[in-house]
Design a protein around this ligand. Structure first.
Ligand SMILES: Nc1ncnc2c1ncn2[C@@H]1O[C@H](COP(=O)(O)OP(=O)(O)OP(=O)(O)O)[C@@H](O)[C@H]1O
Ligand SMILES: O=C(O)C1=C[C@@H](O)[C@@H](O)[C@H](O)C1
Length: 282
């Protein structure tokens, strides 16, 4: 039997590297995973990236098997236009899509709720060493859709809301792996992260996001210039995750203006929208 699922990428409202509290929102860009019951081993493959590290998706599929008391060979294949190590949570989306596709391949699509499925992906991300906090903020936004606020130290969902924004993304040509981020520098700005958390918990998501970016970009030694370019038209703009991508949100015309400005930069831009329905089994 085969299983297939897709999970959305996400942008950042609050980076959890300072305090363990994080917030992210899903966008209409996807990672798809296909899982086939086949062979003797658990083997992963990332379409178009034969050299890429498949530990995460193999760990995600194994976590599902362990949870269900299953064993046996699996082939997993992910496919996506979302860049790896771009700050757009492709690792969380890949883990979520793999967990759901594995459940489906094993004929157990309803064996657990979506929050529990996201926690399995987070466990796999910790095991694969691709995360600092486990990134339950990114994983929950991708799995559930909409915007989530989480305590990553307890993998606890504190709040979820739907958000309707047009979204601009600038993806520079470089990569930045979350596991390599300078956590000590991020912890220095914990008082600012607390302000961002208060704003997010009060529903001031876009303002929270901008303050997050103005604090975390320098902490992560990234430029604030793309944020200045996006303002004042965008409602909110931030470095996403540990970078190097930036994400801006607002109404259609504001996002058009931001994309014109970011389009002059190296790399590529994406025009997308917020996604409020989360990951799905296809
Ligand atoms: N589409 C994918 N398919 C399979 N594995 C992936 C995929 N995307 C990311 N990964 C795994 O996650 C690792 C990258 O992790 P990292 O957290 O740095 O990326 P990211 O999720 O794009 O960035 P961020 O966490 O800053 O948003 C890759 O080395 C790979 O092992
Ligand atoms: O690896 C991690 O723990 C994280 C990485 C980034 O995506 C952050 O935005 C997220 O809050 C936590």
């Amino acid at each position: 039997m085969d299983g297939r699922a897709r999970a959305p990428a996400a942008g950042t409202v609050l980076n959890a590297l300072a305090t363990g509290y994080g917030s992210a929102f899903a966008i209409e860009e996807y990672v798809t995973a296909e899982v086939t019951l086949e062979g003797e081993t658990v083997h992963g493959e990332i379409a178009g990236h034969p050299e890429a590290d498949t530990t995460l998706i193999e760990a995600a599929a194994r976590a599902v098997q362990a949870e269900l008391g299953e064993t046996g060979g699996l082939r997993i294949r992910t496919e996506s236009d979302v860049p790896m190590a771009g700050g757009l949570k492709s690792s969380s989306a890949a883990a979520n899509a793999t967990v759901l596709a594995t459940l489906s391949a094993l004929g157990q699509a309803d064996a657990m709720d979506r929050e529990a499925a996201a926690r399995l992906g987070v466990e796999a991300a910790r095991e694969a060493g691709v995360t600092v906090t486990g990134a339950f903020d990114d994983a929950s936004a991708s799995m559930l859709g909409g915007l989530t606020i989480t305590d990553n130290t307890a993998d606890q969902l504190l709040d979820r809301d739907t958000v309707e924004w047009a979204v601009a993304v600038w993806i520079p040509p470089e990569q930045a792996f979350s596991a390599d981020a300078d956590v000590d520098r991020c912890q220095r700005i914990a008082p600012v992260a607390e302000v961002v958390r208060d704003l997010a918990e009060g529903g001031q998501y876009a303002t929270a996001m901008t303050i997050n970016g103005l604090a975390f970009a320098p902490a992560l030694q990234q430029s604030t210039e793309p944020m200045i370019e996006a303002l004042p038209e965008a409602d909110g703009v931030s470095l996403s995750g540990t970078g190097p991508s930036y994400v801006a949100v607002g109404d259609e015309s504001a996002i058009e203006t931001v994309l014109d400005r970011w389009g002059k930069r190296d790399g590529r831009t994406i025009r997308t929208r917020t996604q409020n329905t989360g990951a799905i089994i296809e």
